[in-house]
Structures are given as structure tokens and as C-alpha cells.
Design a protein around this ligand. Structure first.
Ligand code: ADP
Ligand code: MG
Length: 406
């Protein structure tokens, strides 16, 4: 029997980690008419694995299950042996108020309606599994024109805990940075700005006291430089200030940032955004900081008169665009701290950053998956965020003018 089973079933590398359509049996003609030939092999492959795995047919009836599945069903007291109607079971349990099965049923119906290849979500266990986190993955399989699916449930408690620990650490760091930024902003405003203001007053007195024309010209030049330094410091202090994302929401906070930054620098900044962008707090902050950094670059490096900020959700991805009409990227681009930190933050959220030539100027595009469950672990990036999702794939359309993508 020529049976090619392209499933790798290690502890971390489960069925769920395979890209869509890659999990595939290739049976010979004689296998196509009936299940048993490949079922035998399926059974041998999946038995003994720690994940609970079931194979279901087109109508979501269970054809085969592994030992772990049977053991778990026994703990629950569920009738989920071959022959059982898996969707019917999920719907019935869902109606009784069991949330994970309700989500699974909704996911399966959506897969049927949209012919989607996979569905996965993470949930917290209850009863015997209190304190544990599980991922349920449903992946379609095509076997010689017949449609099947695997249903896999496995314990992701450790991954979730690790992710939460990292998240807690990251948010305390971010909070710390916010406090530090606020302190610097206040210091810049209270000390340096006041000093410069006093200096300005002294210069004014000097100009009036000395009658020499040459001296007056020098003093005027100094006044201009002083004004410039004050504007720069104001801009710096403004950028250092932590955003009010909780109060304003992302879009309004960005509008206010653009407004304030535009007034201070003379840049004409247009913001085009959908009114509510529904992403978690961490993502909001990452986007806000990216826009801040990008605007600061436009001001410092681009020599631009106009900038554009766009936030657009397309399917399952949020695209954040920051463009300007300046001189564009130098040929020998060196990533500094700014662009590198934007790239890192975006990557952390499972997204990517691309830097492209504009006509004229420069275009930064940060593409961030909107739904949390992008990957098994990446999906847990946002605590409290949505956990229900179909698998999203992010493709960057890196054109010939893309200078750098991550
Ligand atoms: N909007 C822009 N227009 C032109 N050049 C830019 C722009 N943004 C960034 N750059 C170039 O990319 C380099 C790296 O930027 P960045 O990583 O933010 O570091 P830094 O701003 O500290 O130099 C800049 O030094 C500059 O040469
Ligand atoms: Mg910079």
C-alpha cells in the first residue's frame, strides 16, 4: 500500500503546526473506496501520542480516535467513540452552556460554510482540568477526493504560562519606560525649557543695551537658534510623553499625536483610520510607539512637508502605514534603534514591517495579524484578547521597491 503520511507528530510539533493542506494521505485506488486501509495506519501512528486525536468524516462523524482521546472522553464521561456525531455532540454540549464546545461547533459550522481548511482556539479547562489550558485544532484532510478532518486537543498550559510571564515582564518594562519618559519630559520642560526662556529674556535685554549693528545681528541670530532649540525640545518632550490609550483609544490617541506633532514641527499630517480598531492594549501601544518613532524620523531625516498615517484592517490583518513626501531613504540604509525597535515590536505581535520607497519619500508598512490566535504560541500574545480564530496567514507583498522586510 502506497500510503504517504506527511504528519509529524512530536510533542511540540503536532498536526496543528502544519500549514494548510500539507497534512495529506496519498492512498492508492483501492484505498479510495473505503476507510479501513488507511485507518489502520492512522491508528498506529496516533495511538500512544499525548495529544487527543480523532479523525472525522465529511459529516463530522468520528471514524477513529487514539488512546489519549478515549482516556479523556472517559474522564468526562462522554460518548465520543467511533460512530459518534462530533458536531452534534459539540452543539448539544454548547447548548448546555459549555463554552469550549460551543466555540468548536461555531468553528466547524464556519469551516463548512466557508470551506476553510482549519480552525483552532485556546481555552481554559474546567472540572478535572481546572487550571489547564488547551488548544483545539481542526484540520481538513483530503484523501483521494474524500474530505476528512482531524480534531486534536492538547495541553498548552506551559506555553500559555510562559507567554503570560513574558507578557507580565514586558508590560512592567513598558510601564517603567512610561514613568521614565514622563520624568524626562517633565524635566525637559521644567528645567531646560525654563533656562532657554531666561536666556531669551537676557538676549532681549542685551539687544536693547548695545547699539552696535553687528552685535545686534549676532544677537538676532542667537535668538533664532534659541527659538529653534526651544521648538526641538518641545517636540522631544511631547514625544516622550506616554500616550493616553486607555482614555482615548488607539485611533483618537494617534489623531491627537498627529495634531500635536504637526503643530510643533509644521508638518502637515493626515490621518486616515477606521474609527474603531479592535486590538489589545499591547498591540495598541506597539502601534502608537511605531507611529511616534516613524513621525520622529520624518521630522529628523526626511525633510518632508507632509506625512500620512493610515490604519486599515484588511481581512485578518491590520496595516499601519506611515508615509512622507520627503527625500526618501538613503542608498546606504542603516537601521538605527528606531526602525529596529518598530520591527521588533511588530514581530513580537506576529506581524512584519516593510520599508519601501515612495514617490516621493518613504513608506513604512507594519502589518499585524488582527486576531490573536495566529500561531499556537503567537496566538497568546494578548491576554484577554480574542482567542477564537481561524488560522490566519500573513503574506507580505514585497514589491521590487521594498527596501527591507521582516
Ligand atoms: N522618513 C525617512 N526619510 C528618510 N530617511 C529616513 C526616514 N526614516 C528613517 N530614515 C533613515 O533611516 C535611518 C535609521 O532610522 P532609525 O532606525 O530611526 O535611527 P535614527 O533615527 O536614530 O537614525 C535614519 O538615520 C535615516 O537615514
Ligand atoms: Mg529614528
Amino acid at each position: 500500500m502506497d500510503l504517504e503520511l506527511r504528519l509529524s507528530l512530536g510533542a511540540e510539533d503536532t498536526l496543528a503546526d502544519f500549514p494548510e493542506g500539507q497534512a495529506r494521505f496519498s492512498p492508492t485506488d483501492q484505498d479510495t473506496q473505503s476507510h479501513p486501509a488507511f485507518l489502520d495506519l492512522f491508528q498506529r501512528v496516533v495511538d500512544g501520542l499525548p495529544e487527543q486525536i480523532a479523525l472525522v468524516d465529511e459529516k463530522w462523524h468520528i471514524i477513529a480516535v487514539n488512546e489519549a482521546w478515549t482516556a479523556a472522553a472517559k474522564v468526562y464521561g462522554y460518548e465520543l467513540a467511533p460512530g459518534a456525531d462530533y458536531l452534534g455532540f459539540c452543539e448539544a454540549r454548547g447548548r448546555e452552556g459549555h463554552k469550549p464546545t460551543r466555540i468548536a461547533a461555531a468553528g466547524i459550522r464556519a469551516m463548512d460554510e466557508n470551506r476553510e481548511q482549519s480552525f483552532r482556539f485556546i481555552y481554559e479547562g474546567s472540572g478535572a482540568w481546572e487550571g489547564k489550558a488547551f488548544q483545539l485544532c481542526i484540520n481538513r484532510l483530503e484523501i483521494a477526493g474524500h474530505s476528512y478532518a482531524t480534531v486534536t486537543r492538547y495541553d498548552v498550559t506551559e506555553l500559555v504560562n510562559l507567554r503570560h510571564m513574558r507578557e507580565d515582564f514586558a508590560s512592567s518594562m513598558i510601564e517603567g519606560q512610561g514613568i521614565e519618559r514622563r520624568r524626562i519630559a517633565r524635566e525637559v520642560h521644567d528645567s531646560t525649557m525654563q533656562l532657554l526662556a531666561c536666556l531669551g529674556l537676557s538676549l532681549g535685554q542685551l539687544k536693547r543695551a548695545k547699539r552696535s549693528k553687528a552685535t545686534a545681528e549676532i544677537v538676532s541670530e542667537m535668538e533664532e537658534m534659541l527659538g529653534e532649540a526651544q521648538r526641538e525640545l518641545r517636540t522631544l518632550a511631547y514625544l516622550a510623553h506616554p500616550p493616553q490609550l486607555r482614555d482615548l483609544g488607539l485611533v483618537e490617541a494617534i489623531r491627537q499625536l498627529a495634531d500635536g506633532f504637526g503643530r510643533r514641527t509644521g508638518l502637515k499630517i493626515t490621518v486616515e483610520a477606521e474609527n474603531s480598531v479592535n486590538v489589545c492594549q499591547n498591540t495598541q501601544l506597539a502601534i502608537y510607539r511605531a507611529v511616534q518613532e516613524a513621525l520622529s524620523n520624518v521630522h529628523r531625516h526626511a525633510g518632508a512637508t507632509e506625512a500620512f498615517i493610515g490604519l486599515h484592517a484588511r481581512r485578518s490583518t491590520l496595516h499601519v502605514v506611515i508615509a512622507d513626501n520627503g527625500r526618501g531613504m538613503p542608498d546606504d540604509l542603516h537601521l538605527g534603534v528606531g526602525l529596529a525597535s518598530i520591527r521588533e515590536r511588530v514581530a513580537e505581535l506576529g506581524g512584519r514591517l516593510s520599508i519601501r520607497r515612495g514617490e516621493p519619500g518613504l513608506v513604512l508598512v507594519a502589518s499585524i495579524p488582527l486576531r490573536a490566535a495566529l500561531r499556537a504560541v503567537g496566538g497568546m500574545a494578548c491576554r484577554g484578547g480574542p482567542i477564537l480564530s481561524n488560522v490566519a496567514t500573513v503574506h507580505g507583498d514585497s514589491g521590487p521597491d521594498t527596501l527591507l522586510t521582516s
